[in-house]
Write a protein that binds this ligand. Structure first.
Ligand SMILES: Cc1ncc(COP(=O)(O)O)c(C=O)c1O
Length: 459
């Protein structure tokens, strides 16, 4: 066999791009940054140049401890050798191949690997490029499923207040964060919302799942009474909500939601874009909480964040409903040019290997108690009104300054970054933590000692 692939020059180009990637840009105007205060950021940028293991390095050479896994993405830490090599090799072997009426081996191999770690009945995977696309895909599959089985009147989608399901029109319609909705018109019709489960008055400083609030699941019965079950296609919820500032399900809540869905023939979708891939000590939160959803949406940790990719896990009974009719018919008129992209598949396969080789999901469980002790030790600090934790997720909620919501946590965030070399994330006045699962007790000590110091000094 002759190899007539073009021989590319290997010197020069790489260095040129590496220099650009690691130094302060000459101009910053053109890039409209997502979910950012652009003018404030560009006046005092925080630019990351490289990363390895638990640390980022900034363009000015400071090493920053990553308390966020990037953005809930890098569960195996940064620049892990297997993943780096897999992507490097893949791009030189097959850079792109279509998956519409064509294929290449990797998404088939990856889907098999994924269903092996998913709940038993979720044996089919639809690939996307992001959490938002995974959510829109799951919502569309739910609608098309009911139609395929002769219940096309089931068009209503139920989300939850404070829910975050990405930024597509489907996701913001079922989502429950006012700022993500109010600027964008009338959204999808026929959507309703459950109440959220954050109840600081009754549940402040719970370790793990809060005890109070299972009765909030009965909201679903209320919506069934209002709309009639025959109009409702699906309920979508995050088992643990992240973007709203970490909101945990009360004990028994998810199981009760499942029961009500079963009773009324409503599909249950778990949005596990942040909880998937070990964050709560199992591959999926569905397994940790022992509740079986009909679909699970994922992204982020699927490729350890290094190549954009999402995946929707779909129950056999849903998938099989589509596999009727003439075999030359396309069963689902949905897909993305990059569904099952070779680089993303290579990254995901190597990511799964890394998770397994290092037992990272189990590690999250092993460290959970230490993590919980460390974060709850901050409860007596000034302005701390609640602390929430599960797996290697943590949230510290601060009282808002009068008339300036978010300002106090933002000050903690910038001081941590600029003065203490620690990356945290804030939403409103909630500090949210989701470190790579490779962290050690030493890293946990450093994160919370730093936070204790900074919160203690922030008026
Ligand atoms: C639960 C959940 N769903 C969906 C998304 C959207 O993912 P993406 O930003 O990849 O579109 C996120 C992102 O944080 C998320 O947390």
């Amino acid at each position: 066999m002759t190899d007539d692939r073009p021989v590319l020059p290997t010197s020069g180009y790489g260095d040129h791009y590496a220099r650009q990637a690691t130094s302060q840009p000459d101009a910053m105007e053109a890039f409209w940054m997502p979910f950012s205060a652009n003018r404030q950021f560009k006046a005092a940028p925080r630019l990351l140049a490289s990363a390895a293991g638990m640390f980022y390095t900034t363009v000015d050479g400071r090493e920053i401890l990553d308390g966020t896994g990037g953005l809930w993405c890098c569960n195996a830490g940064h620049a892990r050798p297997r993943i780096v090599e897999a992507v490097q090799q893949q791009i030189a072997t097959l850079d792109f191949a279509p998956t519409f009426q064509m294929g290449h081996p990797l998404p088939f191999a990856l889907a098999e690997r994924l269903v092996a770690i998913a709940p038993d009945h979720l044996n089919h995977v639809f690939f996307t490029n992001s959490g938002s696309e995974s959510v829109d895909t799951a919502l569309k599959v739910a609608l098309a499923y009911h139609r395929a089985r002769g219940e096309g009147q089931r068009t209503r989608l139920i989300g939850r207040e404070k829910g975050y399901h990405g930024v597509g029109f489907g996701g913001i319609s079922v989502g429950g964060l006012p700022n993500n909705r109010k600027f964008f018109g009338s959204l999808l019709p026929g959507v309703d919302h459950l109440r959220h489960t954050l109840d600081i008055e009754r549940n402040a400083f719970s370790r793990g799942l809060p005890l109070h609030g299972v009765e909030l699941a009965e909201d679903l019965e209320r919506l069934v009474l209002l709309h009639d079950a025959s109009t409702i296609a699906a309920v979508i919820i995050e088992p643990v909500a992240g973007s709203a500032g970490v909101v945990l399900p009360p004990e028994g809540y998810l199981k009760r939601i499942r029961e009500i869905c079963d009773k009324h023939g409503i599909l249950l979708i778990f949005d596990e874009v942040i909880t998937g891939f070990g964050r709560v000590g199992k591959a999926f939160a569905a397994q940790r909480f022992d509740v079986q959803p009909d679909m699970i949406t994922t992204a982020k940790g699927l490729t350890n964040g290094c190549v954009p990719m999402g995946a929707v896990f779909i129950a056999d009974r849903i998938h099989d409903t589509f596999m009727h009719g003439p075999e030359n018919m396309i069963e689902l008129f949905h897909g993305y040019t990059y569904s099952g992209h070779p680089l993303a598949c290579a990254a995901a396969l190597a990511t799964l290997d890394t998770y397994a080789e290092e037992d990272l999901f189990e590690k999250a469980i092993e460290l959970e108690a230490y993590w919980a002790d460390a974060i709850h030790a901050l409860r007596e600090l000034p302005n701390v009104v609640d602390i929430r934790n599960i797996g290697l997720i943590g949230a510290i909620e601060l009282a808002s300054r009068p008339g300036a919501p978010g300002a106090r946590a933002y000050d903690v965030f910038t001081r941590c970054f600029h003065e203490e070399n620690l990356l945290i994330r804030v939403t409103g006045d909630v500090i949210a933590l989701s470190p790579p699962l490779i962290l050690t007790r030493g890293h946990i000590d450093r994160i919370f000692q730093t936070l204790a110091h900074v919160i203690g000094q922030t008026a």
